[in-house]
Design a protein around this ligand. Structure first.
Ligand SMILES: *Cc1c(COP(=O)(O)O)cnc(C)c1O
Length: 402
């Protein structure tokens, strides 16, 4: 092996001392073959041979990579893949799902703007909007999201954004996305859809008229409970450039390693989603027949209020089930104390099943009135169904219920 093949000194470097040579290790670009997996470029910056090339890259968002807050090849692979699955033109990966939401709201709203938002949003988004109202002078009107006429009726001259979730948390409400997006467009609003619960496997909101789609990739896209991340996907280039500019100002960018893990998750997303949906169907059907259970919310059940819409819009009903127990809060607490296989934990979309009590955890920031308006009871339990065998899961739930 020659010295240069061994990564040792060559040319001028031969005169550098060991401290210097230890620092200057070059990345080797493969020649004559292509890596099968997307490589992890865990680098915060990129170096240049000359100033004009550097200056050119620095001045253009689509230029060569300069600094990983602005762009990174691993992160870019992830962004391109999700943009492609969602039917968008570009995407921006963020440090978390909330990073994606914050980037979208702070980039597209200003003081005095009015937002129309679906009631029963993800708890963190609900809290963020409350904060924007109190501290930044944004205004909000919550919609039931049952009738698209609610949009025009609630619109003011200052209304700027319509914010929806494909499958709302935790009760599985599915709104008429094409009709709401059309109503939003008619009123000149930007329609933003949080597609976390559906993933691009079950629904692609841009195809139904949404302008911006976002995800917590912590959930189904990451899929293994080992990474926190988010992503924003858009179709319109001007919107993309505004979000990228302000998102990088906010520092919302994903770390390359998080993007690399999310790519690994994305590759099995369609297979996992199929099993999440199939397992949820088994559990929802059996819960609905159980004498201790008062009501089950899963859009795949014919009696769910959104069932017809979910059939039209979704290619599967998702992996999240909520249910109310006879016996209310007390019964919900004793159920959560008795589960063994399912974990009492926040979050969803990982390989393992998680259970939580929305009123005390995910929606604890909501007042009793807001909870009631969102249809969440103090006795509601949420199950995010994982990939275990459904019979093992059912045994666990059944023993916790009995
Ligand atoms: C988890 C979640 C978020 C927030 O994502 P983080 O990755 O936890 O920041 C936003 N929306 C929905 C629907 C979620 O489930």
């Amino acid at each position: 092996m020659s010295e240069s093949e061994a990564g040792g000194p060559s040319g001028d470097q031969a005169h550098d001392r060991v401290q210097t040579r230890a620092v200057h290790i070059r990345a080797s670009a493969p020649e004559g073959s292509v890596p099968a997996a997307v490589p992890l470029y865990q680098t915060s910056l990129f170096t240049f041979e000359d100033l004009p090339t550097f200056a050119d890259a620095w001045s253009r968002p689509d230029g060569a990579f300069t600094y990983s807050r602005f762009g990174n090849p691993t992160t870019k692979s992830f962004e391109n893949a999700v943009a492609d699955l969602e039917g968008g033109t570009s995407a921006m990966a963020t440090a978390s799902g909330m990073g994606a939401v914050t980037t979208v709201l702070l980039s597209l709203l200003r003081t005095g703007d009015h937002v129309l938002a679906q009631r029963g949003l993800y708890g963190g988004v609900f809290a963020l909007i409350a904060d924007l109202c109190e501290r930044w002078g944004v205004e909000v009107t919550y919609l039931d999201a049952e009738d698209p006429a609610e949009v025009a009726a609630a619109c003011r001259p200052t209304t700027r954004m319509l914010y929806l979730e494909t499958i709302a948390n935790p009760l599985g409400q599915v709104c008429d996305l094409p009709a709401f997006a059309a109503a939003g467009r008619q009123s000149g609003l930007i329609t933003v859809v949080d597609n976390t619960f559906a993933s691009p496997v079950l629904c692609r909101p841009l195809e139904h008229g949404a302008d911006v789609v976002l995800h917590s990739t912590t959930k189904y896209i990451g899929g293994h409970a080992d990474v926190v991340g988010g992503i924003i996907v858009v179709g319109e280039p001007e919107l993309a450039s505004t979000l990228w500019r302000r998102g990088t100002e906010l520092g919302a960018t994903a770390d390359p390693f998080a993007a690399w893990l999310a790519i690994r998750g994305l590759q099995t997303l369609p297979v996992r989603m199929r099993q999440h949906c199939a397992n949820a169907e088994v559990l929802a059907t059996r819960l609905a027949e159980h004498p201790k259970v008062a009501r089950v919310y899963w859009p795949g059940l014919p009696e769910h209020p959104s069932h017809a819409r979910a059939r039209e819009l979704l290619e599967g009903f998702g992996g999240v089930i909520a249910f109310d127990l006879h016996g209310g809060e007390e019964a919900a607490r004793s159920f959560t104390a008795r589960i063994r296989l399912a974990s009492l934990a926040p979050s969803l979309g990982g390989v393992g099943t998680t259970v939580l009590h929305p009123a005390s955890i995910s929606h604890s920031g909501m007042s009793p009135d807001a909870l009631r308006a969102a249809g969440i009871d103090v006795g509601t339990v949420r199950i995010a169904v994982g990939l275990e065998h459904p019979e093992d899961l059912w045994s666990d739930l059944a023993q916790a219920l009995d």
